[in-house]
Ligand binder design. Sequence first.
Ligand code: SAH
Length: 366
Amino acid sequence: MDMVKMFHMNGGIGDESYSSNSGLQRAGIMKTQGSIEEAISELYKNNPSCTKTIIMADLGCSVGPNTLLVSSIVINAVAKTSLELGLKSPEVQINLNDLPTNDFNTIFTSLPEHQENSTNDHLPLCYFTGVPGSFFNRLFPSKTINFIHSSYGLHWLSKRPELEEINKGSIYLSRTTPESVSRAYYQQFQKDFLGFLKCRSEELVGGGRMILTLLGRTNDDSRDEESYYVWRPLAMALQEMVSEGLVDEEKFDSFNIPLYTPSTNEIKNLVETQGFFRIDRLEHFYVYMETLKTDKFDEAYEDEGIVRALAKSMRAASESLVANHFGEAILDNVFTRYAKRYAKILSCNKEKGRYVSVTVSLIKKE
Ligand code: SAH
């Protein structure tokens, strides 16, 4: 399975698109807004070239409101720092990266409107560029980038880990996962994350900043259920379809989500092993499913509305993986069952509707 060729969030702006179903990730980005602003302000004040031009990249930008949200936070932080320093705003180049199958057309179509809405005189002149490619490879020339941001992309692995044993009944790491499977998952993450850091350390200028936010874990046990809350209902839905003869059992046994949710300690160790970055901040935080509540939900059906929104956001992110493995025909059926299963689980324990994020702010050593 080649993630570069087949993986993507659901494109367009329709009901099942990532664009319409990325509220959880948006809430996560907003929790890191302070770190982004602080990094930009320090970058600007400490690097003389940044008073003229700031070159940034958002890796795994996807498509939708979050894509330009990060750019807006950066642009406003640049404007604020310029005012503080009494300087004319530098020009900002914004490189938007994602896999080649990402719906870049929708992003570029929305740019003119986004730029028209930016009426503040102090806002810097911005130049947007699309960069298709995997962030596990080099994307930019050496020592050209000042700031790199990436949210909710880096927990996706470059490929499915090679497993020696079947992860029976599970589609990600869970309490019943064999140790060899959790080891293989970690090894794939380690290889991918170290490769990512190496590429970025070559592309960033000395003193350049990088903020990475990804799904993570609050403890060091990768088989802890916390990371499995969101996947268990999908495994249950698929298993139900196996028992009804709608899904082949072997197909189910060989389906493992190519994702890894690291702990803060794992991130710390890998950054220190690689050695080119200094850690400025490293923390975890929660995003709660209540974030998805909208005025549209009737009060009596509020919980049901939230669960449906949750199922849609899962579908927008993982549909390409499910379709690639099982075929498109099962999609509606499996995600309807997913929503029902999840609703049942959440009615017993609301805690299973919160997601752990890990965020790290790094400074490239000189
Ligand atoms: N940053 C956005 C989107 C997150 S969705 C937000 O926070 O809402 C994750 C995105 O990462 C997807 O668009 C996916 O295509 C992208 N992605 C996953 N693996 C990638 C890789 N190896 N290289 C580039 N982008 C990748």
